[in-house]
Design a protein around this ligand. Structure first.
Ligand code: GLN
Length: 385
């Protein structure tokens, strides 16, 4: 190691999403791996962005984000969740949820602090914790329903616990946390005085009778929760990178310091377009939700006919399926063989576990894809060599 190297970067892997997307290109494989839609969001939204550009909204936005977008975020959190936030003190617009995650962790986690997260975790939750010198502690969401053991969670809490991270609806399992689970987490957070970062980017993608409950709505939690979401998933524009944090005034002040000295401000015309879009959720959501319900059922029904048994998700646009026993060494072996031999890229989820071996027995499929892509992908899977 050279003296100028940062040892926090030792053993830091490349993102599995980039790795698998690269392999998909190399092998000309159907990509049900990286989580992004292979279709565009609505044309009217693109037109809003172009209109903003044409009317001169092309210079730096204020560092916390344009007021109309911060207000639109507050308005929809009032309307859907009955939460009272104000644009001046509580909302910060970030470069996607990814920057929101980093700015939040950096703002509150100092070297040696412990951060509790549920595995399989979203990779950035773990790696940003490590980048900030924090120590991840894992609670396992176990098959078949991806529930967790309340005692296992409670036993992890220590006087070094600074932050607990949840992601609901959950990537990669499709779990939607129940009120009982959220209340238990809240009870611990209040008793032991730690913060909760709640990554809710799939908030509008829930199925059947599953209901997304922001943990900030649990009594006494609004002041100790940092809620993160983005426009990328809701409007199928992941490349626009418009996300946000919502938190109390004091917590927001800290997050804005990190945001100011890293990203400073986010793409101005896209902020204007997204401000309009959040104002149209009532009209927009019914078709959007019906589309994902159809896709969830399509991939689930197709997978049932294969040797890869699906765990039907309650939310998000991901689905976990069991790898047939004794056919492959583990998920990585299976993923490599599928992309090379079957021209199907999926995500091997063992990289999302820090403790349990369960990830080696499952694969993550993304169904934010055209129906034809989904059908072709599963057809490739069935032509097992
Ligand atoms: N959220 C996406 C996924 O889970 C990936 C985002 C990324 O590639 N950084 O696949």
């Amino acid at each position: 190691m050279n003296h100028y190297e940062n040892k926090l970067l030792n053993n830091m892997p490349d993102s599995i999403f980039s790795v698998m997307s690269k392999l998909a290109l190399k092998h000309d494989a159907v990509n049900l791996g990286q989580g992004f839609p292979d279709f565009d969001g609505p044309l009217w939204l693109m037109e809003e962005a172009f209109a903003a550009m044409k009317s001169g909204k092309n210079q730096y936005a204020p560092s916390p984000g344009i007021l109309s977008l911060r207000r639109a975020v507050c308005d929809y959190h009032k309307k859907f969740y009955d939460l009272d936030w104000n644009p001046d003190d509580n909302v910060t617009i970030t470069a996607g949820a990814t920057e929101a995650i980093y700015s939040t962790i950096k703002a509150f986690v100092s070297p040696g602090d412990e951060v509790i997260m549920f595995e399989p975790f979203y990779d950035a939750h773990q790696l940003d914790t490590i980048l900030c010198g924090g120590i991840p502690k894992y609670v396992t969401l176990s098959k078949p329903d991806f529930s967790f053991d309340f005692n296992e969670l409670e036993a992890l809490v220590s006087d070094k616990t600074k932050l607990l991270i949840i992601n609901s609806p959950h990537n990669p399992t499709g779990k939607v946390y129940s009120l009982e689970e959220l209340e238990f987490i809240a009870k611990l957070a209040i008793k032991h005085d730690f913060l909760v970062m709640s990554d809710e980017v799939y908030e509008f993608i829930t199925f059947d009778d599953a209901r997304h409950i922001p943990i900030a709505t649990v009594p006494c939690m609004a002041d100790r929760t940092i809620t993160i979401s983005s426009a990328g998933k809701t409007f199928s524009m992941t490349g626009w990178k418009i996300g946000f944090t919502i938190a109390s005034k004091t917590l927001t002040e800290s997050i804005r310091k990190i945001h100011q000295w890293t990203v400073f401000a986010v793409n101005t015309p896209a902020q204007h377009a997204v401000a309009t879009a959040f104002g149209r959720l009532d009209d927009y959501l019914p078709d959007f939700q019906a589309m994902y319900l159809k896709k969830r059922d399509l991939i689930n029904d197709l997978l049932i006919k294969t040797d890869f048994k699906p765990h039907k998700p309650a939310g998000s646009y991901f689905l976990m399926a069991d790898i047939p026993a004794n056919k492959y060494q583990d998920d990585m072996d299976c993923a490599m063989k599928l992309v090379e031999n079957n021209k199907l890229a999926i995500i091997p989820p063992s990289v999302f576990y820090g403790k349990s071996e369960e990830g080696k027995t499952i694969l993550r499929f993304c169904f934010a894809k055209n129906d034809e892509t989904i059908k072709k992908g599963i057809e490739n899977l069935m032509n097992l060599v």
